[in-house]
Design a protein around this ligand. Structure first.
Ligand SMILES: [Zn+2]
Length: 277
């Protein structure tokens, strides 16, 4: 999209919104992070599946999964070619994570993480779900697009430009994400590298436990996908202080290099610890 174009809308199948919120609404609130698959054009992004890779961190304050999970997922989805599919197989369209009982916003950490997504895929969206909010499932889901053009990201949390997800009519059950989800689960079973992957679609949840294919690499670099930093009270848009820029991703292979994310992980983890303490 060119600057000035209308932002696309993000649409969820009603069944997906319901299943996803139910799945994420667990007795003990923990943040979870994952990847959204769907289709998109200039006008809309239709999300059909949410995939949650094995979570490295599992806490109420933050969540993380290995950077290579995205590559594994991409490889797996590339191998999914249903002969009877009536449309292209869904692709990665964005990033999703939860804010259990803390509301819909992008924390400072989230803004940094999202920036690393949109550097690689400018059309990617960030979706935040608070499964504990009242009201219809669809109202517990907010999303953000990349900031316009090349404007530097505003410092601080982003709240004001939240968009609401809209529902779409449920598509015929044999043509939508749920069938892909079974195929994707099978592909992940081959591609995955241990740990539990969960694929959430309109029809339910597939859990996949692939066996490790090789000895796990020590200390995979995590992507921190959220921190429980509440929105700092107002004036996030007034400050002109530039966001401390993380090093640009040098690798042209999307999200293979985890280096730039490392510092923010540690910085934010430290900040979160201080906050908690
Ligand atoms: Zn967050």
């Amino acid at each position: 999209m060119q600057p000035g174009d209308e932002k696309p809308t993000v649409q969820f199948d009603p069944g997906l919104a319901r299943t996803l919120v139910e799945f994420l609404r667990q007795p003990v609130p923990v943040e979870r992070g994952g990847v959204l698959l769907g289709r998109r054009d200039d006008a809309k992004i239709q999300v059909s599946l949410a995939v949650f890779p094995p979570q490295l961190a599992y806490a109420s304050s933050h969540c993380a999964f290995a950077v290579n999970a995205i590559e594994i997922l991409r490889n797996a989805s590339d191998t999914v070619e249903p002969a009877d599919a009536m449309r292209p197989v869904d692709r990665i369209v964005g990033w999703v994570h939860t804010h259990p009982a803390i509301g819909l916003y992008l924390s400072t950490t989230d803004v940094t993480t999202f920036a690393s997504w949109t550097r690689l895929d400018p059309a990617a969206v960030a979706v935040v779900i608070d499964p504990y909010l009242p009201g219809p499932e669809i109202d517990r889901i907010g999303w953000w697009a990349a900031p316009d053009g090349d404007a530097p990201a505003e410092p601080g949390p982003r709240t004001a430009d939240r968009q609401w997800v809209s529902e779409v009519e449920p598509a015929p059950p044999d043509t939508v994400g749920w069938k892909d989800s079974a195929l994707l689960a099978a592909a992940l079973d081959q591609e995955g590298n241990g740990g539990c992957w969960e694929i959430v679609g309109a029809g339910g949840v597939h859990s996949v436990f692939p066996m490790p294919q090789s000895p796990p690499e020590p200390d995979p670099e995590p992507v921190l996908l959220g921190s429980r930093l509440p929105p700092e009270p107002p004036e996030p848009l007034e400050s002109s202080e530039p966001l401390e820029s993380s090093e640009p991703l040098e690798s042209s292979e999307p999200l293979e290099s985890s280096e730039p994310l490392e510092s923010s992980v540690e910085a934010e983890a430290g900040a979160a610890a201080e906050e908690a303490g």
